[in-house]
Ligand binder design. Structure first.
Ligand code: HEM
Length: 477
């Protein structure tokens, strides 16, 4: 038989895929909805690396087998798209932006936008990231209680606004912040409801979401119009996108709106929540904090962190890689088979939903011994070399790999590094965070409560580091 353009006759017959039966009418939909991450982790333990359940009329396959994950992400990506139901969910928010887009339109947009993420451009954002982190810490007061998650959401939003739009969002931060909150709320509702409420339904939540979207659209339209008027490349991502052209010309205002919305959306909560979990994992493993801090103190000797320091701080990077394994914020992503497919040892019929969970892959004891242990030391070069492709995919991989991967890794190293230099990493005594597996894995309304405790000499050191000079030439590269 020919499958995915290859003759599969010489392959052994495909392995049977265990089925989670669930409810007679809803299939596995409600089991998944109750606590998605818990359901997924338990079901993988029970059924193995691939299992299937019915969600309404469709078949959803849950996959943590690295060979199949790699086939989905990389080798057979051209036969696999984003699911129609996911596109429908994103449509009102992200329109035809990179995340939900597919096919020729995605290829064109990807080609136009990708150079905006060139290392040189991204590196030039490092001083902004460091300076904004220091601004945040300067506002903190010794002994007070803060929600670290809120701090990170505000900080990463400020970074994205500056690097994307070259604006400080001073006037628009509340609009953007509230809009994002309502949009995420509506998305979660949509994702978790087996029969979603239609957009036109005049519910309070829908009305709030429409209002939030209008406000966001207003902010974005104003920024695009101003940049087109000025005709000046200010080194931010929006300049790159406004002025990028190919043989078909540049992007329409509508496409630009969709891409900018996508980047704001994809680019801040993901990073904020990854940092929140890294903070939690480190606060509960203080020996790792001591080790990361020693590396930073010895390497930097009290000077502020910058992009050229990062290669000299391998342990810091290992801490983040390990956090992304244990608590990946994008804990699940989905695709749809465009034809009958043979992937690894399994057969998947056309139309199947293929769900890959970085959470489930990262906790697979076959590849990560003692997976619940937070052990950054496991991330040696040798370990990464022998780790099967598809076993660790917090940013996905292949053509649909996260476009902001380098941006996010650099931002997180700079933020966590600056914090390690200046404050004690801790959570409030006895505080146990919730773990909500929503659009991104997050600690919910109770947040991540911490006590501000400065390291010796930190306030004076922060005062000495002169930020004004650094921010002014952020976009020089
Ligand atoms: C720790 C932080 C982040 C994580 C864990 C993360 C993870 C991911 C994952 C797993 C995907 C694939 C989703 C799917 O295929 O359904 C993705 C896609 C994407 N991410 Fe990220 N991301 C992060 C930060 C960022 C940042 C900072 C930006 C932009 C500034 C960004 C922009 C994007 C874009 C544009 C895509 C769509 C790429 C495409 O399909 O062509 N991400 N991200």
């Amino acid at each position: 038989m020919v499958l995915n353009g290859e003759n599969t006759e010489n392959l052994p017959p495909p392995k049977a895929i265990p089925r989670h039966k669930g409810h007679w009418l809803w299939g596995g939909a409600f089991d998944f909805r109750r606590n998605p991450a818990e359901f997924l982790l338990e079901a993988h333990e029970k059924y193995g690396d691939v299992f299937v359940t019915r969600v309404l009329t469709g078949q959803s396959y849950f996959i943590r087998d690295p060979a199949v994950v790699n086939a989905i992400n990389v080798t057979h990506a051209k036969h696999i798209n984003k699911p129609k139901v996911v596109k429908q969910m994103w449509k009102p928010f992200l329109g035809n932006g990179l995340v939900p887009n597919d096919g020729e339109s995605w290829r064109r947009q990807h080609k136009l936008i990708m150079p905006g993420f060139h290392k040189l451009r991204i590196d030039a954002y490092a001083p902004t990231m460091a300076a904004y982190t220091r601004d945040m810490v300067r506002e903190w007061v010794e002994g007070e209680q803060r929600d670290f998650r809120n701090e990170m959401v505000a900080l990463t939003l400020r970074v994205v606004a500056k690097t994307l739009f070259d604006t400080d969002l001073a006037h628009d931060s509340t609009t953007v912040h509230d809009a994002m909150e309502h949009i995420v709320e509506a998305l979660i509702d949509h994702a978790q409801t087996p029969i979603p409420v239609p957009r036109w339904w005049p519910s309070k939540r829908n009305r709030r979401m429409v209002k939030a979207l209008d406000a966001m659209d207003g902010v974005i339209a104003r920024l695009i119009a101003a940049r087109r008027r000025e005709m000046e490349d200010r080194g931010d991502l929006m300049s790159h996108m406004v002025f990028a052209t190919d043989e078909q010309g540049g992007m329409s205002d509508e496409q630009l709106r969709d891409e900018l919305m996508t980047l704001i959306f994809a680019g801040h909560e993901t990073t904020a929540h990854t940092l929140t979990w890294a903070w939690y994992l480190m606060a509960t493993n203080l020996d790792k904090v001591a080790k990361a801090r020693e590396e930073i103190d010895q390497t930097l000797g009290g000077k502020p962190i910058d992009v050229e320091d990062l290669p000299k701080l391998p342990y810091l990077e290992m801490c983040l890689k390990e956090s992304l394994r244990r608590m990946p914020t994008v804990w699940i992503y989905a695709r749809e088979a465009q034809e009958d497919l043979r992937l690894g040892d399994y057969f998947f019929p056309k139309g199947s939903i293929l769900a890959v969970s970085p959470l489930a892959t990262g906790r697979n004891a076959k590849y990560f011994d003692n997976p619940m242990e937070f052990r950054p030391e496991r991330w040696t070069r040798e370990f990464e070399r022998v780790l099967p492709k598809g076993a660790y995919v917090p940013f996905a991989a292949g053509p649909r790999v996260c476009l902001g991967k380098q941006f996010a890794m650099m931002e997180m190293q700079i933020i966590l590094g600056t914090l390690l230099q200046n404050v004690e990493i801790n959570i409030l005594d006895g505080f146990v965070p919730d773990m909500l597996s929503e659009i991104s894995m997050n600690p919910g309304e109770r947040g991540m409560q911490m006590n501000v405790r400065f390291r010796d000499g930190a306030p004076a050191r922060l005062g000495d580091w002169d930020d004004a000079a650094e921010i002014s030439d952020v976009h020089a590269a």
